[in-house]
Ligand binder design. Structure first.
Ligand code: SF4
Length: 422
């Protein structure tokens, strides 16, 4: 490190939902040259922090004029969509939701495309959940259900569980039992103490049998019941059992609704005999923040329709369904387009789109107007929510080309002025 370098301590990585807040970012010559403590996924997410700062496609180069032009375009749309892509601060998410409200638009984020099952199941059943701090300090039995955090949440095991010492597990890993449930190719951690394997076809029966056993009945043939009894016994004997599952569905394996529902029911039933909670892992870019802000502003975490002037929840008719049937005629796409679910990116083809976000000017999305802004936590300060819905303060480590929240507030003002003049 040269003498001209500076170090920003306790930066937050949004490379995955773990939102590690112990990153020391080394800046030299206006670039990130090191992100200490970050895992390989986090290093890729930080990159070198360089960004373009372009404004493309407007009739004028002046940003005020381009904002006015965007306001006109969106106001002239019959059924606009405001879409929250990843890497936004919650302040920017809030400003985007306010714009959707003004436009009587449909507003949605990536959750409806990648992780709706867990949200809908929690709305049906409630959820026994815990903060990652509680899991770190209490969990003595951990079940990794078809997820190996080493792949997509690389520091989960070293920061939260099973490795760290905790108040009630003073010997760390030695005090905890790790159970891997492998469902087909979706495997739990390699170093688990106990491994239970099943095919994707068996999973539904296994979960039903597990729920039946917890309710005092048996269901299924002897091979399944034996595995169910083994797992249930270990869970019921735990002082604090945690089921860890991946809320994000891989494109090749749609998340089974039954799994989300059943794991919630299982953790709830554990609290009759011991203590148990469900830990759902979410991907990065402040996805939980989008759900939290939408819930806070509208009462619903995704797929909110303002077209009647008041928020209406339409999870059965979310972004992909609306784009597929041609029900969207303009899109305000806010956030990192590179992190869009591929199905959403494809569905946007041919729809008039305005992109505001980091590297919007370089995006493969066919947007008529593109404005480059910064990445939450790297260039923009504010709040982001961890996978357990805990808010964390973000302190930017580099200057932003243009602050997303301020830009969206200016857009809201331009829409209000035009609406007042109409
Ligand atoms: S585990 Fe996730 S949040 Fe932590 S450094 Fe790695 S990518 Fe970033």
């Amino acid at each position: 490190m040269s003498g001209s370098a500076r170090i920003v301590e306790n930066a937050v990585c949004l490379g995955c939902g773990c939102a590690c807040d112990d990153i020391a970012v080394v800046i030299e010559g206006g670039r990130i040259v090191e992100a200490r403590n970050a895992c390989p996924l986090g290093l890729r997410w930080f990159g070198d922090g360089s960004l373009p700062g372009a404004v493309l496609g407007g009739r004028s180069a002046a940003i005020e004029d381009v904002i006015g032009e965007i306001a006109e375009l969106l106001r002239s749309a019959r059924s606009p969509l405001v879409y929250l892509a990843p890497d936004l601060t919650s302040e920017a998410q809030r400003a985007a939701v306010a714009v959707a409200d003004q436009l009587h638009a449909f507003v949605d984020g990536v959750t409806s495309a990648t992780a709706p099952e867990g949200i809908l199941a929690a709305q049906r059943r409630g959820r026994a959940s815990a903060t990652l701090g509680e899991i770190r300090n209490r969990a003595d039995v951990l079940v990794f259900w078809a997820v190996d955090p080493a792949l997509s949440y690389p520091r989960f095991q070293s920061r939260y569980a099973p490795n760290p010492r905790g108040v009630h597990v003073p010997n760390g890993r030695a005090d905890r039992t790790v159970i891997a449930v492998d469902v087909g190719t979706q495997r739990g951690p390699d170093d688990a103490d106990v491994r239970i394997q099943m095919t994707p076809e068996e999973e539904q029966l296994f979960l039903a049998s597990l729920r039946a056993y917890q309710a005092g009945r048996t269901l299924g043939g002897a091979p399944i019941v034996a595995r169910v009894i083994d797992l249930a016994t270990r869970l019921n004997r735990a002082k604090y059992a945690v089921i860890v599952t991946d809320a994000e569905s891989a494109p090749s394996s749609p998340a089974p609704t039954m799994r989300a529902d059943s794991l919630i029911a299982l953790t709830q039933s554990l609290n009759a005999t011991t203590r148990g909670s469900l830990c759902t892992l979410r991907a990065g870019g402040n996805r939980n923040g989008a759900d939290m802000v939408l819930t806070w502003q509208t009462g619903f975490p995704m797929a909110v329709d303002f077209s009647r002037g008041a928020p209406k929840y339409t999870p059965e008719d979310a972004t992909l369904a609306r784009l597929a049937r041609g029900a969207i005629d303009a899109v305000l796409l806010v956030g990192a387009t590179a992190a869009l679910p591929s199905a959403v990116a494809s569905a946007l083809l041919g729809v008039r789109t305005i992109a505001i976000g980091p590297r919007a000017s370089e995006s493969a999305i066919d947007a008529s107007i593109r404005i480059d802004t910064g990445v939450a936590s790297i260039h923009e300060s504010g709040i982001a929510f961890r996978t357990d819905d805990i808010p964390l303060p973000l302190h930017a480590v580099l200057p932003t080309p243009r602050d997303t929240a301020s830009l969206l507030k200016a857009l809201g003002t331009a829409i209000a002025v035009q609406q007042g003049a109409a």
